[in-house]
Design a protein around this ligand. Structure first.
Ligand code: SF4
Ligand code: SF4
Length: 179
């Protein structure tokens, strides 16, 4: 069978790149420099006594555990449109929709759960949501449990999470918000 393979020439590859030895020596020199520097002055090492000491410099762009946001009237911002579940590559979002009973002509989730053991924290669900109803800005990066069920975050827990970097009030009244 004839294979249709297109061979692309590498540019600028010299013999010293092909034998890798200079690159290996360069890498080891950097490692040795750091090792000797740290042994010489142990205080210069940036060490965190985790978990007693928690990091305080988490970036606002860090994708931590999820949360469901609220409307300004305190209701659930989610309209159970299933966009996040459709976008999720791990298929770990479980939604059961129901009608709202507060006079708003929209659906809401009866059940909304995320299996964090399946989640790959890609953030696609946040990107897909048209209502800014799901975010990953809690800053929570560790979840501890004794059994699998402890890692299945249900609606109530997701609603109880607070944003570590953004204000809840930034959610629009109608549920359709700008990000
Ligand atoms: S972060 Fe990615 S894997 Fe996790 S629930 Fe959202 S879409 Fe699914
Ligand atoms: S979190 Fe957003 S995308 Fe997911 S069901 Fe609710 S409104 Fe739709």
């Amino acid at each position: 069978m004839k294979k249709n393979i297109k061979v692309i020439e590498r540019y600028n590859v010299q013999w010293k790149h092909r034998i890798f030895i200079p690159a290996i020596i360069e890498g080891l020199t950097i490692t040795a420099k750091h090792l000797l520097g740290n042994v010489n002055d142990i205080n210069r090492m940036d060490v965190l006594e985790y978990p007693e000491e928690q990091p305080k410099d988490i970036s606002g762009r860090y994708r931590g555990l999820h949360r469901l946001t609220h409307r300004e009237d305190g209701g659930v911002a989610c309209v159970a449109c299933f966009m996040c579940a459709s976008a999720c590559p791990s298929e770990c979002i479980f939604i059961e929709a129901t009608q709202r009973e507060d006079g708003v002509d929209e659906k809401m989730p009866q059940r909304f759960a995320i299996d964090t053991l399946e989640c790959v924290f890609c953030g696609y669900c946040v990107e897909a949501c048209p209502c800014d109803a799901i975010r990953m800005d809690t800053g929570i990066f560790s979840l501890i449990g004794n059994k699998r069920e402890d890692f299945l975050l249900e609606k109530e827990q997701l609603l109880s999470h607070r944003g570590a970097f953004a204000n809840e009030n930034s959610i629009a009244k109608s549920g359709v918000a700008s990000k």
